[in-house]
Write a protein that binds this ligand. Structure first.
Ligand code: ACO
Length: 322
């Protein structure tokens, strides 16, 4: 059996930090409101001229170094992003150029906050069929660029960053299973109103923003993530107690707590970075993973449940032995 095994992780956060107190000066909000409703204290924001591919490159280089691999070893690049720098080339191709890699498949996956889970799920299929032996999987976002910084409902929630993993073919797991879902019927609860064929010029004029019915998104997210936990465990004939670490999408500490409760997991076994990073969409899971790998919490051989929920709606999980 060809498994995809994580052999290195990396991440990158832009230098500039915006705290809740900074936001108090920008919109009608308070640190207390943001912290009590979301758990967020601060978020990182890309500098002028710093793009999604710049963040992706830093995270990718750190993951390659941790894996003991060079660009020459990589035979597949997948970048999960909602904030591609250009319509084309894809961020994955821009990253491929930066890393001086030539010829291998490179493409973006767009599943909003579930993007990295989708990218891992797709990569897993490449490994199971023997089509890839060493892959670079990245989640990278500059969400600050599509936010309306005058809209207190959304600007307090998001941040920029990137995370990456290097996967290598292994006879031992590895990714045990991946579960990917979407339901486009939920479009109206969370969306951007613009795109190539719909008001791109307005976006370029600065009238961007994210439209969101926050409390409805919250309810669907909690219920859906509860269901995906059951689906993932059942698929692997595992029990809740078999999971060593929950590495969840970092949108809101209350959503994370609800999933941990469903898994009957103490928060000591849940990786939480939402307080420092905010919601970095597809970068949030690999950023959290790299944080807990580098500080020594996550150890080789442990079983990790990665899960996410986001616009689309999309949702998914990956169960793996680290
Ligand atoms: N500061 C102060 N007040 C605010 C702010 C703010 N930044 N934003 C909204 N409010 C006000 C609202 O206007 C509302 O006022 P009203 O009662 O006078 O109308 C009040 O706070 C309560 O608003 P709710 O939306 O009911 O507050 P809720 O407790 O649901 O928290 C939140 C809002 C944090 C958005 C929550 O619903 C949430 O996190 N939802 C999930 C959304 C999400 O994470 N989206 C990201 C993408 S999807 C994903 O990643 C899971």
């Amino acid at each position: 059996m060809n498994y995809a095994r994580i052999i290195g992780t990396g991440s990158y956060l832009p230098e500039k930090i915006i705290t809740n107190f900074d936001l108090e000066k920008m919109v009608d909000t308070t640190d207390e409101w943001i912290r009590s409703r979301t758990g967020i204290e601060q978020r990182h924001v890309a500098a002028e001229g710093q793009f999604t591919v710049d963040l992706a490159e830093q995270a990718a280089r750190r993951a390659l170094e941790a894996a003991g691999k060079t660009s020459a070893d990589i035979d597949l690049i997948i970048v999960a992003t909602t904030t591609a720098d250009r319509v084309f080339p894809s961020t994955a191709c821009l990253l491929q150029q930066r890393l001086d890699i030539h010829g291998c498949a490179a493409f973006d996956v767009q599943a909003v906050c579930t993007g990295f889970i989708y990218a891992l799920g797709v990569a897993d299929k490449f490994f199971r069929t023997g089509s890839s032996k060493c892959a670079l999987i990245v989640g990278a976002e500059t969400l600050s660029r599509i936010l309306d910084w005058n809209d207190r409902n959304t600007c307090v929630l998001f941040g920029d960053g990137a995370g990456a993993v290097v996967l290598e073919q292994s006879n031992e797991a590895g990714i045990l299973s991946s579960h990917l879902h979407a339901d486009g019927a939920y479009e109206k609860l969370l969306y951007t109103p613009y795109g190539v064929s719909r008001g791109l010029s307005e976006l370029l004029d600065g009238a961007g923003g994210i439209a969101m019915k926050g409390n409805e998104v919250f309810k669907v997210a909690v219920n859906t993530l509860g269901r995906i936990v059951d689906e993932t465990l059942a698929c692997n004939n595992m029990d809740k107690s078999d999971i060593d670490w929950l590495v969840p999408h970092q949108a809101n500490i209350r959503i994370i707590n609800a999933t941990a409760k469903k898994l009957k997991m103490s928060l000591e076994h849940v990786v939480v970075t939402v307080n420092k990073h905010g919601n970095t969409s597809s970068a949030s899971v690999p950023l959290a993973l790299d944080t807990a790998v580098r500080d020594g919490r996550i150890k080789r051989g442990e079983v990790l449940m990665l899960e996410a929920f986001g616009g689309g709606f999309t949702w998914g999980s990956v169960l793996l032995r680290y």
